[in-house]
Design a protein around this ligand. Structure first.
Ligand SMILES: Cc1cc2nc3c(=O)[nH]c(=O)nc-3n(C[C@H](O)[C@H](O)[C@H](O)COP(=O)(O)OP(=O)(O)OC[C@H]3O[C@@H](n4cnc5c(N)ncnc54)[C@H](O)[C@@H]3O)c2cc1C
Length: 506
């Protein structure tokens, strides 16, 4: 059934909102996106100043197949909107400190013990693993074969199929295809069953930070992420992730979507066929509403109590994904040997995860990520300069006043110098900081989480909020709080599911 003559307001213009808007406009609806901030893209915002350009949020373009499928649905291709370059290396890891005593040093063709490159060539990656631990090269092949199978089955049967309810799992098809998949054990146990060396375990587990989890609280099905970053590759879109936002927004415009920025929705009232979406004293009438704003914010701050499915107790008891301490830096001179994507990991990172999930506090020995897109793209920094951001995952809700930020900034710049050899301190010409308070203020994010609800077992699949409001007909949710979850590709697919729910219900 099509949606001709139906008006829809989408609250929020993250990837989930933009994607939902495209599908609904294609189905004939009259779609308006209301965005609080002055630019589209949500957490994929951009910062431009003094000749430097930063993607403020997502920077890894992963799962190119999902973008192809998204644009393909509309008879387009990603390269109708932006070009892509595969990065080599995909990413570089600096391990802090020495290798554990008695362990292999990791001296291999792409590794010098404290520094490892993961590259587009699997054979070279196997040699890197082998250098850490005899037999680990073949184990990597076996691990990735499993990850590839999990990816194929996971994407088709669980992610693209949107099995949002328990009963959706009770089919022969699902049982047959899920057989043999390690779905519910922890990533920690899963990776340990393949590799002994702690650094190899870390290489295969760091992607969990993208999902907002830790190796102990994330189910093993997410080993599919290794298929994503080893086999499918890591890409850089022309114009950065902001270029992808522009591409999808342009597609939406071609389909008839109207965007209004600088419009913070203050309340949603009414019912199907007669909603009012309030922005201060103004109100936009709509037959249907889809919220891409954080689910907790939508429920607790935009909906009157009788329209809420979950109360404050529910939202207070959730496991939120990390927030982040971010430093956006414009730097004079080069930043070699930082790669486009660089991870810096302590030998024992349990203490850092502990300080995110168990005993919230600023980390003593942080695991962190540095993004230096000027290593690939000349347009993001003036000649003779580089841009980079340093991202440290921290517990959501941490107090982040000026004194603690100042101290932590000093600590991070010293840590970067010590562990990568890149001294930034005397040549920073531009600097911005972004932390818990800015996530809360800029995106209306609960506890200032950077990513939303963590992908713990209790917050995955049918246990994650779905797209339909169980309370109000005509009200829907999209974005990272809903199934399938966190990450740009997941939000694009979630947008497709949210729109499918809208269309199916009419
Ligand atoms: C620092 C960081 C790094 C990341 N790195 C990666 C990565 O490398 N790769 C990857 O795939 N993913 C990454 N992610 C995750 C990814 O960015 C998110 O999962 C995804 O972009 C979230 O999209 P969303 O649809 O949930 O909407 P959001 O991006 O959360 O956008 C929601 C929008 O709603 C708006 N809004 C809120 N309240 C209102 C209101 N009352 N009225 C109007 N508008 C409102 C907000 O301003 C915002 O624009 C990263 C995220 C962060 C923060």
């Amino acid at each position: 059934m099509n949606l001709v003559d139906q008006s829809v307001v989408v609250v929020g213009s993250g990837f989930g909102g933009l994607s939902t808007a495209c599908y609904l406009a294609e189905a004939g609806a009259d779609v308006t996106v209301l965005e609080k901030n002055d630019q589209l893209g949500g957490r994929a915002s951009r910062l431009a100043a003094d000749g430097f350009r930063f993607d403020m949020g997502p920077s890894w373009y992963l799962m190119p197949d999902v973008f192809e499928r998204f644009f393909g649905h509309f008879d387009r291709a990603p390269d109708d909107y932006y070009g892509l370059r595969r990065l080599d290396p995909h990413y570089r890891i600096f391990f802090k400190g020495d290798s554990s005593p008695g362990r292999a040093t990791g001296r291999g063709p792409r590794a010098d013990g404290n520094r490892v490159d993961i590259v587009p060539d699997l054979e070279r990656n196997k040699e890197t693993f082998e250098a850490f631990e005899p037999g680990a090269g073949e184990e990597l092949q076996r691990y990735l074969d499993r990850a590839e199978r999990n990816y194929g089955v996971g994407m088709e049967y669980f992610v693209y199929a949107d099995r949002a309810r328990f009963r959706d799992y009770l089919s022969w098809d699902v049982a047959k295809n899920a057989r043999g998949l390690n779905l519910l054990g922890s990533m920690q146990d899963h990776v340990e069953s393949f590799f002994d060396h702690p650094r190899l375990q870390q290489i295969l587990q760091y992607t969990l930070v993208f999902l907002g989890g830790s190796p102990k609280n994330t189910p093993a099905i997410y080993n599919l992420m290794s298929h994503v970053d080893f086999n499918l590759g890591v890409y850089y879109p022309e114009g950065g992730i902001g270029g992808v936002v522009d591409g999808i927004a342009e597609l939406g415009e071609e389909l008839g979507v109207e965007y209004r920025t600088g419009r913070e929705v203050t309340a949603v009232t009414g019912h199907e066929g007669d909603f009012l979406v309030h922005v201060g004293d103004e109100a936009t009438a709509a037959d249907l509403v889809v919220s891409d704003a954080d689910y907790a914010h939508t429920e607790l701050e935009l909906l009157p109590p009788e329209m809420r499915r979950y109360g404050a107790d529910y939202w207070n008891s959730r496991t939120y994904a990390p927030s982040a301490f971010l430093l956006y830096l414009g730097v004079e001179g080069d930043v070699d040997p930082l790669a486009h994507h660089t991870l810096v990991l302590p030998t024992d990172w349990n203490a850092h995860f502990d300080r995110i999930f168990e005993r919230p506090a600023w980390p003593d020995d942080p695991a962190y990520y540095i993004c230096a897109p000027s290593q690939t793209d000349d347009a993001v920094a003036p000649d003779g300069y580089n841009n980079l951001f340093v991202l440290v995952p921290i517990a959501p809700g941490l107090p982040d006043g000026p004194a603690v930020r100042d101290r932590f900034r000093e600590k991070m710049l010293a840590d970067v110098a010590e562990n990568t050899g890149v001294e930034l301190r005397d040549r920073i010409v531009f600097e911005e900081r972004f932390c818990v308070s800015e996530f809360a203020e800029r995106y209306n994010s609960a506890k200032g989480t950077a990513l939303g609800l963590a992908h713990t077992l209790r917050q995955t699949g049918p246990l994650r909020p779905g797209h339909r409001s169980p309370k109000v007909d005509g009200l829907y949710f999209t974005g990272s709080y809903t199934t399938p979850g966190i990450g740009v590709p997941m939000c694009l697919i979630g947008g497709q599911h949210a729109a499918a729910a809208v269309i199916e219900d009419r």
